[in-house]
Design a protein around this ligand. Structure first.
Ligand code: 1CP
Length: 333
């Protein structure tokens, strides 16, 4: 059994598998090379040969235990027919929502629109480099997808009170999002994804209505993935109560963000834990890196622990620091 699956399913504590969120991305010169020639981000995600090549770049270089498919959580609104573009130095820009049209999207047309993502997974999982490694598929959580669909750009500066004014729209959309997230996951699993991660990047934006907008819709997805027989990792970034989240949603593993106190969470939850290290530590020096990485490995030495970060790796990260990180994790006793 691959190290990642062994850690999640068998709660193995002897080894610490490692992969990094956003490991296929801008800190890699070989990615920037491809990106330069492919300005249209969505088109790049839908080029299965290139998407597969990009997915394997960090595996070739660093030998991570999991390959995360090069795609984006916003392929879901794209598949539903909402306009999605990525603007340089700005981020995602989405078009207006046409609920009447979205309501009428069927499963076949959704799958047709983004089937190249599944082709990329299929191609990657057949690569010899993937032996004893896991193919990680992913989706955004219903709440985070809803945020992008309604806000139409990154909610980096928070959400205005306007966001919550149309309860009907929110509830209607959440239902549609949930249905298509399930389909998107099923398609990824059928194409070869062996682990699924749910990114709830904006879970921390919500103060009330957490049960309605986060717990219940995420639980529905988690239950669905469990029925498919595939391990499911949740990342409810910024949520205040990880313990409560885990008790209600019951994922197979949870990724913690860098504001979570690792010692406290160790005493609170029993399921395998992933991540935690502040990605900014990779911008410091080798000595600091060793101290911080060994802090997490030490705290979780008797707990099933997958090494990862507390959020995506930053584009300015140096390759040598990632190499050093791998060495520290692999040599830890
Ligand atoms: O070259 C570029 O400019 C594109 C940068 C980029 C990349 C490499 C974007 C735009 N998306 C991706 C790929 C991606 N996105 C992956 C696969 C690669 C990997 O992880 O190795 C994954 C898992 C994602 C997931 C994703 N997209 C999330 C969840 C994780 C997180 O970072 O919180 C989110 C919020 C997005 C939306 C998105 N896509 C891209 C950007 C710049 C953003 C964030 C915008 C924002 O801050 O709101």
């Amino acid at each position: 059994m691959s190290p990642l699956t062994n850690c999640i399913k068998n709660k193995d504590t002897k080894s610490n598998p490692i992969w990094l969120m956003r490991q296929a991305g801008r800190y890699l010169p070989e990615f920037r090379e491809i990106r330069k020639e492919n300005q249209d981000f969505i088109r790049l995600c839908l080029n299965s040969d290139l998407a597969s090549e990009i997915t394997l770049q960090p595996i070739k270089r660093f030998g991570f235990d999991g390959a995360v498919i090069f795609s984006d959580i916003l392929m879901l609104p794209y598949g539903l027919g909402q306009k999605v573009e990525f603007e340089k130095n700005f981020g995602p820009k989405l078009g207006d929502i046409d609920l009447e049209r979205i309501k009428n999207v069927d499963e076949v047309s959704f799958t047709e629109k983004i089937y190249k993502v599944y082709k990329a997974i299929e191609k990657t999982s057949k690569d010899p480099l993937m032996s004893n490694r896991d193919m990680i598929g992913f989706v955004g959580a219903p709440w985070t997808i809803l945020v992008y669909m309604i806000n139409k750009s990154s909610p980096k500066k928070g959400l205005s009170s306007e966001f919550f004014k149309d309860d009907f729209l929110i509830n209607r959309l959440l239902g549609i999002i949930e249905k298509f997230l399930k389909l998107h996951i099923k398609n990824q699993v059928e194409a070869g994804a062996q682990v699924i991660q749910i990114f709830d990047s904006w879970a921390g934006l919500l103060e009330d209505k957490i049960p309605e907008y986060i717990y219940i819709p995420t639980l529905n997805i988690v239950d669905y993935v469990k029925k498919l027989g595939v391990p499911i990792i949740c990342f409810p970034r910024g949520i205040k109560d990880y313990k409560n989240f885990c008790e209600i949603v019951k994922p197979d593993a949870v990724n913690i963000d860098y504001n979570v106190d690792p010692k406290k969470i160790l005493n609170e939850i029993k399921i395998p834990i992933q991540g935690g290290l502040d990605p900014k530590i990779l911008l410091t020096d080798q000595k600091t890196l060793k101290i911080e990485v060994e802090k997490y490995l030490g705290i979780f030495k008797d707990h099933p622990y997958i090494f990862n970060l507390g959020h995506g790796i930053l584009p300015e990260t140096k390759i040598e620091m990632v190499e050093e990180l791998i060495k520290i994790v692999r040599n830890f006793k």
